[in-house]
Design a protein around this ligand. Structure first.
Ligand code: NDP
Length: 497
């Protein structure tokens, strides 16, 4: 018997080639039973509370404050006081030091934040660990660098901070959206009142502890929690000079109406229905990975998700076949398992919305494909879904589903691809897959989208501006552009939205 044969006999043959669970430990996070509002550097006892849960298990994680209009006003007053009595006047290089500290602490505590983010929001741990946390820290590092260089960012325009910024963020990237909002606001010398989404307040509340560690002066950042009523109170508050909002187009429009004529500055980052366009000369396997990343990343809870796939007709069949095969290898399940590719839907309300739109797609005549996968019994789950045979007029091709649902359409010429891609009320992002650089540029010039990715999708970088056209909102976050909404210039008029 040869050495090799002997080894073969000793090695047990696995019965099935499935991944063994690899759960991330929860021990690294300690969650309080009850949280108040973080105002003026202190925890204030809330007058009302609600419970926040883990959507995967539906277990209660903590009691959290539901801010009343009076509590919101208190936070705004603390931010005003901090703005006028210190923060706006300190040397910009000192402001930068705080931002650098926050960035470094986020890096040091990244595992703790990643676990909490996945617990409270449902996203796979490998995404919160490898995307949300590194990017959140990178935003603070990046804007720390700008804090003492504003004169160079905007030469001859004498930049000044605006005052108190009210910031309202959604539940799909809680900590990352917090960093997109807070980092540029502080770098420009403003103070902040932030309201996280009702379903995902915990990482923002843990962030208050980072502020304590960084010794940020009291009142520079205040965090009030609660549902949309708390957000509405922040929008209405007379003490706020600027509102920055990320969320649905519907609420964005309501905020714009509310602020019209008030002189308050406004930026809106709203919904999307991005086209991911695959030409017949693209590297197909790479493109299929890009399609999967475009729509199943974060369960499709991504405003810039590539939810409409436009495939050149000549390669339609191989692309759809490869895509379906790839879908069978996606692992749906426990967000804290390091093997998981697709976690759970953030809330029952969101799951109901996805189901409703998927039913509409089937009723309208599209053909549905879902890979065989066993979904856990508890929690809110939805299998990765592909619709073929989709007409442009179908609701699944028009409306933002905000879930792991892809609609496939075809085109013949680049002109047709542009026309179909732009046939949407939104204009946040798009993707183009082709090996021809000239075609990428030709397409990018014609696509009405704030971001156009070439041979990739869902790539984010703090140096790169992000924002939309049409019903996807206005204003940019990220890059030097992301500072501008937080700055007044000598002699400039207030925009009022
Ligand atoms: P919302 O727009 O309602 O929520 C975004 C944020 O605004 C949350 O903090 C929310 O609080 C707050 N808010 C709600 N109502 C008001 C108001 N009247 N005034 C001020 N702030 C308010 O989004 P939803 O969470 O309800 O999601 C609904 C749909 O929106 C999704 O299905 C998806 O299609 C889309 N969406 C798009 C996002 C994007 O990034 N483009 C992000 C999130 C959602 P609360 O959490 O308590 O409701």
């Amino acid at each position: 018997m040869t050495e090799l044969d002997r080894k073969k006999e000793q090695t047990p043959v696995p019965k099935e080639w499935a991944y063994a669970p690899a759960p991330e430990s929860r021990d690294v996070v300690s969650i309080e039973d009850r949280y108040g509002h973080f105002v003026g550097g202190q925890w204030l006892e809330p007058s009302e509370t609600y419970t926040t849960i883990s959507p995967a298990t539906e277990e209660t994680l903590a009691e959290v404050g539901q801010a009343t209009p009076e509590e919101v006003e208190g936070a705004v007053a603390a931010a005003r006081e901090a703005f006028e009595n210190g923060w706006s006047g300190i040397a910009p290089a000192e402001r930068a030091k705080y931002l650098f500290r926050i960035a470094r602490i986020l890096q040091e505590r990244s595992r703790e934040f990643a676990v909490l983010e996945s617990l409270n929001g449902g996203k796979p741990i490998k995404e919160s660990r490898d995307v949300d946390l590194p990017l959140a820290a990178a935003h603070f590092f990046y804007y720390a660098g700008w804090a003492d260089k504003l004169e160079y960012a905007f030469p001859n325009r004498r930049p000044r901070p605006i005052g108190v910024a009210g910031q309202i963020i959604p539940w799909n990237f809680p900590l990352l959206m917090l960093s997109w909002k807070i980092a540029p606001a502080l770098a420009a010398g403003n103070t902040v009142v932030l309201k996280p989404a009702e379903t995902t307040p915990l990482s923002a509340l843990l962030f208050a502890d980072v502020l304590r560690q960084a010794e940020l002066p009291p009142g520079v950042v205040n965090i009030v929690t609660g549902d949309g009523r708390a957000g509405a109170a922040l929008v209405k508050s007379e003490g706020v000079d600027k509102i920055a909002f990320t969320g649905s187009t519907e609420v964005g429009k309501a905020i714009q109406r509310e602020l019209a004529g008030t002189g308050k500055r406004l930026t809106l980052e709203l919904g999307g229905k991005a086209a991911n366009i695959i030409f017949d000369d693209a590297a197909l396997d790479q493109a299929v990975e890009g399609i999967v990343n475009g729509i199943y990343f974060n369960q499709g809870h991504v405003c810039c998700a590539g939810s409409r796939l436009l495939v050149q007709e000549s390669i339609y069949e191989p692309v759809v076949e490869k895509l379906k095969r790839r879908l069978t290898t996606l692992r749906v399940g426990d967000p804290l398992d390091k093997n998981t590719d697709v976690g759970e839907i953030n809330s029952k309300q969101q799951l109901d919305k996805i189901r409703e739109l998927v039913e509409a797609g089937e009723e309208e005549g599209a053909e549905i494909y879902q890979p065989p996968c066993r979904l856990p019994e508890k929690g809110y789950w939805f299998a990765p879904t592909v619709f073929t045979n989709v007409a442009q007029s179908y609701r699944i091709a028009q409306e933002e589903i905000f879930g792991p649902v892809l609609s496939v359409l075809t085109f013949r010429t680049p002109e047709e691809a542009v026309e179909k891609a732009n046939n949407t009320p939104y204009g946040l992002s798009a993707g183009v897959w082709t090996e021809k650089g000239s075609r990428i540029l030709w397409m990018a010039e014609r696509l009405r989208a704030g971001v156009v990715w070439a041979n990739t999708f869902n790539r984010f970088d703090p140096t790169s501006p992000f924002g939309g056209y049409k019903e996807s909102g206005f204003g940019r976050e990220g890059g030097r552009h992301g500072l501008e909404p937080y700055i007044d210039f000598d002699g400039s008029e207030r925009g009022g939205g």
